[in-house]
Ligand binder design. Structure first.
Ligand code: AMP
Length: 485
């Protein structure tokens, strides 16, 4: 059965089963099937042979799921966009994706229901299924195209490795749909007849409500960035008594610190902890390892694991030649889970993707090495960072700062504590210094930048300089700037 048949199967055999819980709103498998079929018929009728993507702009509403499936059931990929993004960023994403339509949950809710949908043509294996936008180093977001075949390869691996119980799992999902870690919970759940329990940003912002929601979730599978778990661990009550059914924690998206894994294992002695790794370009995650006490005792930093079956992961030198175990190089991923490339960017696609032994391959820009048959992550080749799980190109923040009228030049430096970025600091050379104090200026620039970039990309600290210190070859001396923080 393909992915659609697997999801629709639950709509046929268990129409009343709950597919999705978001606050006090729920969506059943029956509704999901009926309404996504109706929407697919609507798209097919409205757009005919035009297979332009459908953009879905919201924040975890159940209608988003209906629109995702409605789009792919009509042969069109979807582009999930979170409402936390500022309008200018949304406009860029829409322009790059050339979306046929932007749908909000309110509009989806009002779409006419069709009882007998006409035959529609589903996305085929090599067609784009979703397009996710990530930070791009020049200030333009990059649209990563993921095909149905990529997604099926990933989900089949998740199912084989995690052995989810059919109709027996409640997946707790924290990342927004615009971040691909959410795909792990969403489709693992939908193909196994499970329930996705959402943790919205309102809950994250209100600890009391958050812990109440967690306690009421009956979650069996936790999917989040390590940062979110770290935040929850601050509360002593975050333990087995609060989540008595949780059997596994699946972490993805950023470094899992040994202390975080150890504390989760202490608080949840009956649950497994998994570290999974992979960029959006290779569909959510590509390697995984269960972190048990033996691994914790042996390794710090923790390994990111073994490659998924059917996919080759190797470490290469600058010439692209595979390196033996224990040698450090760039992590390369080749297999059916690798994206065909960036939407509308053949230049970027050619720079990062290539063919390897008949499979698509991607240069991750991550440094790593194999030890004892396990892969270890050792930082980045370039200026990409992770801040609370979010992927940020430093060049993206700098490019967007430089276009502000008051700014002549800008350098952004991550503020690192205990090996992880905690915030961003911007060093700015102004065109002209007016009457404003540093505090007022920082506030003005942050607000202006906030119209262009999501909140998580905004520098916390601004430092105003007459000129940057220079390296011997005339570049801004980032090391010196970082040392001055
Ligand atoms: P994204 O495309 O947002 O999922 O970000 C992918 C990048 O996040 C990878 O290329 C790594 O740099 C980093 N990353 C993802 N998972 C892990 C992990 N388990 N450990 C360390 N870094 C990770």
């Amino acid at each position: 059965m393909n992915l659609f048949e697997r999801i629709d199967h639950w709509g046929a055999v268990a129409p009343q089963a709950v597919a999705y819980i978001n606050g006090d709103r729920t969506l059943t498998y029956g509704e999901l099937r009926r309404r996504s079929d109706a929407l697919a018929a609507h798209f097919a009728g409205r757009f005919g042979d035009d297979r332009a993507p459908i953009a879905v702009l919201g924040h975890r509403e159940q209608e988003m799921l209906i629109a995702f499936l409605g789009a792919v059931k009509s042969g069109r990929p979807y582009v999930p966009i979170d409402t936390a993004f500022p309008q200018q960023r949304i406009d860029k994403v829409l322009a790059i994706s050339r979306a046929a339509l932007v749908l909000t949950p309110q509009e989806i809710a009002q779409m006419p229901a069709v009882d007998e949908p006409t035959a529609v043509s589903y996305v085929q294996r090599d067609d784009p299924f979703y397009i996710l936008f990530t930070s791009g180093s020049t200030g333009e977001p990059k649209g990563v195209v993921i095909t149905l075949a990529c997604l099926e390869h990933f989900i089949d691996w998740m199912l084989a490795e995690q052995k989810f119980v059919e109709q027996g799992e409640i997946f707790l999902n924290q990342p927004p749909f615009s971040f691909d870690v959410s795909v792990m919970a969403l489709y693992s759940s939908l193909v196994t007849g499970g329930t996705v329990f959402n943790i919205s940003r309102d809950l994250v912002a209100n600890p009391k409500m958050l812990y109440r929601a967690l306690a009421s979730s009956n979650a069996t599978t936790w999917v989040s960035t390590p940062s979110f778990a770290q935040m929850c661990l601050v509360e002593e009550r975050f333990n087995e008594a609060m989540l008595p059914y949780v059997r596994r924690f699946l972490f993805c998206g950023e470094t899992l610190a040994p202390q975080t894994a150890a504390r989760v294992l202490e608080r949840f002695p009956n649950a497994e902890v998994w570290n999974t790794y992979g960029p959006t370009e290779t569909t959510v995650a590509t390697t995984s390892v269960r972190i048990d006490v033996a691994i914790l005792e042996k390794y710090s930093p923790l390994p990111i694991g073994h490659p998924m079956p059917g996919t080759e992961v190797f470490v290469a030198n600058e010439k692209g030649e595979a390196l033996p175990a224990n040698e450090r190089g760039e992590i390369i991923i080749a297999g059916p889970n690798v994206s065909p490339g960036y939407l509308g960017r053949p230049d970027l696609t050619a720079a990062f993707f290539f063919q390897h032994r008949g499979q698509r391959a991607y240069r991750t820009g991550d440094l790593g090495r194999f030890r004892d048959g396990l892969l270890f992550f050792e930082g980045r080749i370039d200026a990409q960072i992770k801040l609370y799980g979010y992927r940020i190109e430093i060049g993206d923040v700098e490019a967007n700062l430089r276009v502000l009228t008051q700014v002549r030049d800008a350098v952004v430096i991550p503020v690192v504590k205990n090996g992880a970025a905690q915030s961003l600091a911007a060093f700015v050379v102004l065109n002209a210094r007016g009457e404003q104090s540093d505090f007022e200026l920082s506030d003005t620039l942050r607000k202006q930048l906030g119209e262009r970039l999501p909140a998580y990309m905004l520098p916390r600290k601004f430092v105003f300089l007459d000129a940057f210190p220079m390296t011997a070859n005339g570049k801004a001396d980032r090391a010196k700037l970082a040392a001055s923080l």
